[in-house]
Design a protein around this ligand. Structure first.
Ligand SMILES: NC(=O)c1ccc[n+]([C@@H]2O[C@H](COP(=O)([O-])OP(=O)(O)OC[C@H]3O[C@@H](n4cnc5c(N)ncnc54)[C@H](OP(=O)(O)O)[C@@H]3O)[C@@H](O)[C@H]2O)c1
Length: 270
C-alpha cells in the first residue's frame, strides 16, 4: 500500500472548526496526519472533532479551545499538543476574522479585533511553532491562509485587507528567518469561499449584495463570474493547496504565494 502523504506527522490548524480550517483538518487526517484543531467555541470544535474521529479514529484528533489572540492560550495549546502527540510538524495559521465597514465608520474595537485574530494571532502561533522547531530541530512547515485581499485592495474592508497584507509579509519574513533551520513558510491566497464559511453570514451576504447591486441569492454566481476561469472556490480546493505546502511535494518551496481564486486580474502579482 502506498504511504499516505502526511503519515506520521502532527498538524495544528487554527480555526479548524469551520470552512477552510475544517476542510484542511479532514484532508490532513485522510492523508495520515494526527490533527489538532483550535478555535474559541468548543461546541463547534467538538462536532468537527467527532466527524474526524469517525473517519480516522479518535486517537488522531485533538480539539483545543483557544483564542489565537491570547498569548497564554496559544502557549497552552502548544503545551497540550506536546503532552498528547509529543511533536508538531505542520502548523496552519488559518483563523481569521473579517469586519466590513467604511473607514470613517470603523471603530478602534473592530479594527483591533480584525488585527488581533489575523495579525497578532498569526504572530503568536508562528512564534510558538518556531520555538518548538528550533528546540527540536524539526524542519517544520508553516502555512498562512492569507487572502487575495492581501494584494488586491477592496473598499470598505480596509482593516481586513491591510491585516492580510501584514500576515503575507510576516510569512515572507519568517521564510527568510526559518530557512537556515529547514523551516518552510508559505501562504495560500483564497478568494470568495462561500460554502461552509461563517464569513458569509446572512448579514454579510446582505452587505455584499447591497454593495454590488445584486440579490442575495446571486452571490455565488457573482463571485464565480468575477474570476478568469469562472469557477466557484470551495474549502476543499484551498485545503488541497495547503496540503501541497504541508507535505513533501512542497518540500523545496518557501516564501511562496499560491492563489486559489480562479484567477483575479488585480491579484496577479505572482
Ligand atoms: N471564505 C473566504 O472567502 C476567504 C477568502 C480569503 C481568505 N479567507 C481566509 O481563510 C481563513 C478561513 O476562512 P473561513 O471562510 O473558513 O472562515 P470561517 O468559516 O469564519 O472560520 C473561521 C475559523 O476561525 C476561528 N476563529 C475566529 N477567530 C478566532 C480566534 N480569535 N481564535 C481562534 N479561532 C478563531 C473560528 O472559530 P471560533 O469563532 O469558534 O473561534 C472558525 O473556526 C481566514 O483566515 C480567512 O480570512 C477566507
Amino acid at each position: 500500500m502506498m504511504k499516505k502523504e502526511l503519515s506520521g506527522k502532527v498538524a495544528l490548524i487554527t480555526g479548524g472548526s469551520s470552512g477552510i480550517g475544517k476542510a484542511t483538518a479532514i484532508r490532513f487526517a485522510q492523508e495520515g496526519a494526527k490533527v489538532v484543531i483550535l478555535a474559541r467555541r468548543i461546541e463547534k470544535l467538538e462536532i468537527v472533532s467527532c466527524e474526524i474521529a469517525g473517519l480516522v479514529g479518535e486517537e488522531k484528533v485533538l480539539p483545543i479551545q483557544t483564542d489565537v489572540s491570547d498569548e497564554a492560550q496559544v502557549r497552552s495549546a502548544f503545551r497540550k499538543t506536546m503532552d498528547v502527540f509529543k511533536q508538531i510538524d505542520i502548523v496552519v495559521c488559518n483563523a481569521g476574522y473579517l469586519y466590513s465597514s467604511r473607514v470613517e465608520e470603523t471603530t478602534l474595537e473592530e479594527w483591533t479585533q480584525v488585527y488581533g485574530t489575523n495579525v497578532v494571532g498569526s504572530f503568536l502561533v508562528s512564534r510558538e511553532a518556531f520555538r518548538h522547531w528550533k528546540n527540536t530541530r524539526i524542519p517544520g512547515s508553516l502555512i498562512f491562509v492569507s487572502s487575495k485581499n492581501a494584494i488586491s485592495p477592496s473598499a470598505q474592508v480596509s482593516a481586513y485587507c491591510s491585516a492580510k497584507a501584514a500576515t503575507l509579509h510576516l510569512a515572507r519574513c519568517l521564510a527568510v528567518e526559518g530557512a537556515p533551520y529547514g523551516i518552510r513558510v508559505n501562504s495560500v491566497l483564497p478568494d470568495a469561499v462561500i460554502k461552509d464559511s461563517e464569513m458569509f453570514s446572512p448579514e454579510r451576504r446582505k452587505q455584499v449584495a447591497q454593495r454590488y447591486g445584486i440579490r442575495d441569492e446571486e452571490i455565488e454566481t457573482f463571485y464565480r463570474n468575477r474570476n478568469l476561469l469562472k469557477v466557484s472556490i470551495f474549502p476543499e480546493d484551498v485545503a488541497e493547496a495547503i496540503l501541497f505546502f504541508a507535505g513533501n511535494r512542497g518540500g523545496k518551496t518557501t516564501g511562496a504565494i499560491l492563489p486559489v481564486d480562479g484567477g483575479i486580474e488585480t491579484a496577479l502579482a505572482r
